[in-house]
Design a binder for this molecule. Sequence first.
Ligand code: UN1
Length: 508
Amino acid sequence: MALTHDSENLPSVAALFAEMGIALPPVTGETLVTTSPVDGAQLARLSQHSTADGQAAIARAETAFRAWRAVPAPRRGQLVRIYGDLLRAHKEPLARIISLECGKILTEARGEVQEVIDICEFATGLSRQLHGLVIATERPGHKLLESWHPMGVFGQITAFNFPAAVWAWGTMVALVCGNAAIWKPSEKTPLTALACTLLFEKAAAEFGDAPDHLVQTLIGGAELGVLLAEDVRVPVLSATGSTRMGRDVAVRVAGRFGRAILELGGNNAAIVTPSADLDLATRGIVFSAAGTAGQRCTTLRRLIVHESLRETLVARLKAAFASLTIGSPLDEASHVGPLIDGQAYDAMQAALASARAEGGKVSGGERVEVPGAGHYVRPALVEMPAQTDIVREETFAPILYVLSYRDFDEAIALQNGVPQGLSSAIFTRDVREAELFQSATGSDCGIANVNIGTSGAEIGGAFGGEKATGGGRAAGSDTWKNYMRRATNTINYSNELPLAQGVKFDIG
Ligand code: UN1
């Protein structure tokens, strides 16, 4: 039996899988036990892949790639379109699996499945728009152009907090580009990964002539990520997670001249200026800071507020944080679900202790009792005297540090004064401040928003950030180029052989 559900209060994983017309494979060999952050109950026992399984998967993916690259891109797009339609039909059970397994509230889990559907639409359209340039040539009777080709096997390492969407960002685009894909999901969310992969197999069956093993998933520990990072047969690897993990992956991939697409930690800030609409700012701040229990890479972690507003805004935020419903993510009334596990809870409490030691005044952050063994907390607001060491670190929990500023330049310096560079926002009605914030001398992040929070980006824009965030752009805009190799082609259709740069090399 693959499923050994031991909670009476949670929906059955087996029933949710059955609703989608899929079933978990039987368990053999090494097993991985998954538990739900909702109440600590065991959700399932799954077979783990060994590194030998991983090696074999890479070999199968190479074979699949050789067939898939020859299929015209718009036809490849049809597979992704079918997959998107399948997810539309099964949005609710998949959202419930996500909620059960990573603890995000249902509306956000549904939003995550929607994000996958959106990227399927995006990638389907893209499948008719993969294009190169034709460039002016200096030689008569010649043509100079660029063409784009698939890379081969695309490897992907993803985190627990977006257990489906981040995979789809990369894999759906990689597929229309003509690659085969291997996914190493977080050990904390293998059920979502299996559901996504099994549904993909259904889409492939409906499509008809997709090669076998076009999309594979490796369930298991960090050694499988290392395998993907080190294997020269994986020319492009995307990794989403901590900066520590990304540094390790980056070095391994660079050591074999592979291409890495890294989306790592964020330490995102919002500046609130004297002209801001405070009602709108409060709503934007609370969703970005407390949503997903502070476990998005785009979560708002730092508030940089003009000193004249500090007291008013802090009072509003304290009231808003106190009014949030903390509880089971499966309860439609909850705003904030559990942290992923006890380790996340301990890291949050340790960060709050450091903040206190560095002069911070903490409100909230305490454990909230919810039946079962989940780790629920009230989001914390921490007024800091300065941007101290703990503020410059990313703690993956709902802690919002409050800093104040006097001059706008000081606000920008604080915003940029951390190692990470993912997302940023400004709340202002002053067009000069808004423009400056978005200019070359403003925010140094990959995302710079005006009058909305730092989280919840749409899939159309390129997503990722600078500095310790890793510099990668995983999806949206023209990031398909990351999943392809570029060839420059010069064609001579004349009877002469003029050399570039006027070089003469006459023979005979
Ligand atoms: C992440 O937390 O790794 O912008 C991704 C957002 C989501 C994606 C977050 N669309 O918050």
